[in-house]
Design a protein around this ligand. Structure first.
Ligand SMILES: C[S@@+](CC[C@H](N)C(=O)[O-])C[C@H]1O[C@@H](n2cnc3c(N)ncnc32)[C@H](O)[C@@H]1O
Length: 244
């Protein structure tokens, strides 16, 4: 099986040779960082349509984590275009972090469309090192479709725990590896290297639930589901929340 996967990857590599060459020359990343926000803006419309009820259900208990003032301080890591804003409760104080500065103009548009939120600031940084965010300053941290792309899941989850106040919660909704005995997993493995380059460092075969289980949360509510998306490769999902 490993040989078949290798051969198919090689064939795809030949077909997409210009992209792999640009990557070897160190140019692909710059192109990708510019085009990806435009792609994501379109993808988000479709994703939010298909996943609206799941997102509503997931975020329904957010207000329970509001601090003593009654306001909810929320940090969105890997915010992208601000796809989750419309699902947050009114008055929520939102801080956003993303390593790609090209998302800012899309984020500003989402802020303008979601006047029910109190937008705090956009920080350009990776989730592995969120030094601009103080210890214990957040009631809630959110990551959606981010753990597939980060360099180091353990480090992000450590940072999430650092910025959350005791009793605060981490919400996640992520596409993950399919079951290893399925054709979907086979194709995820075949397409992973090309997918990674095309979609700004996204991995198809991450078993992100394992990192969440290993992280030091006091409670973890985690559900596996098949998202109703047109592309089967990204249908296997996990979602839920963890309490610090
Ligand atoms: C597929 S997009 C998802 C965006 C948004 N969360 C959503 O649900 O539409 C992945 C996002 O993760 C960001 N990202 C990639 N690596 C990251 C890292 N190390 N830390 C934080 N965000 C990261 C990307 O820039 C991008 O905005």
């Amino acid at each position: 099986m490993a040989l078949i996967i290798f051969t198919l990857r090689l064939a795809i590599g030949i077909l997409l040779f210009p992209m792999f060459l640009l990557n070897l020359l160190g140019l692909w990343n710059q192109i990708c960082k510019k085009w990806f926000p435009y792609f994501l803006r379109r993808f988000t419309v479709m994703y939010n349509e298909q996943m609206a009820s799941k997102k509503r259900e997931l975020f329904s208990n957010l207000p329970e984590f509001a601090g003593p003032s009654g306001k909810l301080s929320l940090l969105e890591v890997g915010c992208g275009t601000g796809a989750n804003f419309k699902f947050y409760p009114a008055g929520c104080r939102v801080t956003c972090i993303d390593p790609n500065p090209n998302f800012e103009k899309f984020l500003i548009k989402s802020v303008a469309e979601n006047r029910h939120l109190q937008f705090e600031r956009f920080v350009v940084a990776a989730g592995e090192n969120m030094q601009q965010v103080a210890d214990g300053s957040m009631d809630v941290v959110v990551c959606t479709l981010v753990l597939c792309s980060v360099q180091n899941q353990e480090q992000i989850l450590q940072e999430v725990c650092r910025v959350l106040r005791p009793g605060g919660a981490f919400y996640f909704l992520e596409h993950v590896a399919a079951e290893s005995s399925t054709w979907n997993y086979f194709w995820q493995q075949v397409l992973d290297p090309a997918w990674y380059l095309l979609f700004d460092g996204c991995n198809l075969t991450r078993e992100s639930w394992k990192a969440l289980e290993r992280a030091r949360f006091s409670k973890l509510e985690l559900q596996h589901l098949q998202a109703p998306l047109p592309v089967e490769l990204v249908r296997p999902h996990i979602c839920g929340y963890a309490v610090k």
